[in-house]
Design a protein around this ligand. Structure first.
Ligand code: ZN
Length: 452
């Protein structure tokens, strides 16, 4: 259906685990031959939750029967309180035990986030290949070699083998809960700001930037043209475009060997919301819905940065103000409480020495035009990002995610410490302006809310 996807899979064959991606209106039927070609013979353990079994698992199983293929069913149970399961260490171990006891030759995940993560990581541990049958265009993880796990109450991402085959039936994807469709779009809308962060870090820190991954990301972004306004009607072509774009985003991460091409400060804001939701039992939303709001926020923060000029930056004052790590560590303990141990591992290596800070800010000021020539080229304004999300009826405010003003402010001002990857949040902090920018962005969002 998408020649560009087959072309990329062939071209990056050496770097990718994924051999086939089937996106079509009857992919649950058409995908069976890809499974037969790329998974080893034997019994396949097909995992789903009760809902994803109903929307896609049962039909896939019937098609496997028709093709004379052997499979067994594994249901990922809901939590005792009836809410959706999470990908925890225990869930992974349980699925590993089932793979062993059934003598399975491969795992197949039918579902989006959790089921996918469980099967991916458990199969990886058991050195078995796996395939994924998507049920919602909600995230870009289908084709990525990363699994999101809740370990000791902290959400972490763990590298693993990506699926051999990914199947996405457009009819199933288009009938997913609408909030999940919003989530997929929100995850992809981050491109202008996450790429800006990626380039910012390459510029100021010399970190790796992959031209190949960038090319895949661009190809995926092109598939989103005109998609947003057609999503609320569940237009099949628009949903297929969104799905294909998500697959390419995941492939770009696999080619780059990291989530950097598709995950910057906007993702830190979303991860902060997830972490505080789990630790303090607060509301949260789908990953990409949070990323969408984080993206508007990041876009507005970049506007603040670009409105400065080198004369506004007093490098000596910034270096003098830099607290010693021991003081900052105390502050982190206060801020993160029960999450401190998980956070400090990431915060410590990211914390600059006075020399490093001076060097970075000096380079920023000396090469200020790079902001325009390199970083600015990928950026979009907060307004334009917001308008596109609004066309698709996606959440565009923290309040719509169940996140109040104070938690939103903390997400913007404090989330930089949860990962050691340089973003606009880190630069804003190093410039001594992040708190002020966070307040201004929140005022701006609130004002527009009144105006809307
Ligand atoms: Zn994401």
């Amino acid at each position: 259906m998408y020649p560009i996807i087959s072309e990329l899979l062939a071209r990056f064959n050496d770097d990718l685990d994924t051999q086939a991606i089937v996106i079509d209106e009857d992919a649950l039927q058409k995908g069976v031959s890809a499974l037969r070609t790329h998974l080893p013979q034997g019994t396949w353990l097909v995992a789903a939750d009760t809902n994803t079994w109903e929307v896609a698992g049962a039909e896939l199983a019937a098609n496997l029967d028709d093709a004379g293929l052997s499979w067994e069913r594994y249901i990922v149970e809901e939590k005792p309180d009836g809410t959706a399961p999470m990908c925890t260490d225990r869930r992974i171990e349980e699925f590993e035990a089932a793979l062993q006891s059934t003598g399975a030759a491969a795992g197949i995940a039918v579902g989006s986030g959790t089921v996918n993560d469980i099967v991916k990581l458990a199969s990886h541990h058991q050195k078995l290949p796996m395939a994924c049958v998507g049920t919602a265009p909600s995230m870009n993880g289908y084709t990525s070699g990363i699994s999101a796990v809740l370990s000791d109450g902290v959400k972490t991402t763990i590298p693993c083998t990506a699926p051999k085959v990914v199947i996405a039936d457009v009819d199933v994807m288009a009938e997913a809960p609408y909030r999940m469709i919003c989530s997929g779009l929100g995850d992809l809308m981050s491109k202008p700001v996450s790429n800006a962060d990626w380039q910012l870090s390459a510029w100021l820190n010399g970190t790796y930037h992959s031209a190949e991954a960038m090319e895949i990301i661009e190809a995926g972004a092109a598939m989103l043209d005109g998609v947003a306004p057609r999503l609320p009607d569940r237009d099949r072509q628009a949903v297929a475009g969104l799905t294909a774009s998500l697959m390419l985003s995941g492939l770009a991460m696999s080619v780059a060997g990291s989530s950097s091409p598709a995950s910057g400060g906007e993702h830190l804001i979303s991860h902060f919301i997830d972490m505080t939701a789990i630790a303090y039992d607060k509301p949260h939303d789908f990953h990409g819905c949070q990323v969408g709001v984080g993206t508007i926020t990041s876009g507005l923060l970049y506007e603040k940065l670009c409105a400065l000029s080198p004369e506004d930056i007093d490098i000596d004052a910034r270096v003098d103000d830099l607290a010693p790590w021991s003081d900052y560590e105390k502050l982190l303990k206060q801020r993160f409480g029960p999450l401190f141990d998980a956070v400090v591992k990431h915060a410590r290596p990211a914390y600059p020495s006075p020399d490093r800070l001076r060097q970075r800010l000096t380079q920023l000021c000396d090469e200020w035009e790079t902001l325009e020539t390199h970083i600015g080229r990928t950026l979009r304004t907060g307004d334009s990002l917001e308008n596109e999300l609004r066309q698709a009826k996606c959440p565009i405010r923290f309040s719509e995610l169940g996140v109040g003003h104070d938690r939103a402010r903390r997400a913007i001002a404090h989330s930089k410490d949860i990962r050691n990857r340089y973003t606009i949040l880190h630069l804003g902090w190093e410039l001594g302006r992040l708190d002020q920018w966070a307040d201004q962005v929140l005022v701006r969002l609130a004002t527009r809310e009144d105006a809307a």
